[in-house]
Design a protein around this ligand. Structure first.
Ligand SMILES: [Zn+2]
Ligand SMILES: [Zn+2]
Length: 161
């Protein structure tokens, strides 16, 4: 486990202004409190799903003060509601939204069971199929999140090598 390398992540927030790649959110119109911004920054910097309790640790590391769990949950809820983060039900963890898409978009997460990396993807085809399915059954979906677990390209490559 600890053998895995993550050279581009040092647990520090990127320098201000240097867009953490893929995390340059379309949230210009949403005003974030410093606490919420910090949680979002930490999620962006992590680049992988982070559980609420891990987030408490990350925030404590940053501020030197241990936040109340409820404040972390509230911040995560707010970010979720505004489409800035996604929740991965299977891991009970949160992830910064990797790209711009409609809040109601169908999002698929490709979760690597080997290295833990998670890729976010949207597909109009998948969204269309699900919409059709929902319409057929008269179901009104609120969130449409698909989680695929498996082996990512990198890990599949290194296993084959
Ligand atoms: Zn997203
Ligand atoms: Zn992998």
């Amino acid at each position: 486990m600890s053998a895995m390398k993550d050279d581009h992540k040092h647990g520090h927030a990127p320098a201000p202004g240097s867009a953490h790649d893929g995390c340059a959110h379309a949230h210009g119109h949403i005003r974030l409190t410093p606490a919420r911004q910090l949680v979002l920054d930490k999620l962006c910097a992590a680049g992988r799903p982070v559980g609420a309790y891990d987030m408490i640790d990350l925030v404590a590391d940053e501020t030197g003060k241990r936040p109340a769990p409820v404040s972390i949950y509230r911040a995560l809820d707010f970010l979720l509601e505004n489409g800035l983060v996604h929740r991965l039900a299977s891991r009970n963890a949160f992830m910064a939204c990797a790209h711009r898409h409609e809040r109601s978009a169908t999002v698929a997460f490709l979760i690597c069971e080997s290295c833990g990396k998670v890729r976010e993807a949207t597909s109009a085809d998948v969204a269309g199929s699900l919409e059709g399915l929902a319409a057929e059954t008269g179901f009104h979906p609120k969130s449409q999140v698909i989680e695929l677990t498996g082996i990512c390209r990198d890990c599949a490559g290194s296993a084959a090598a």
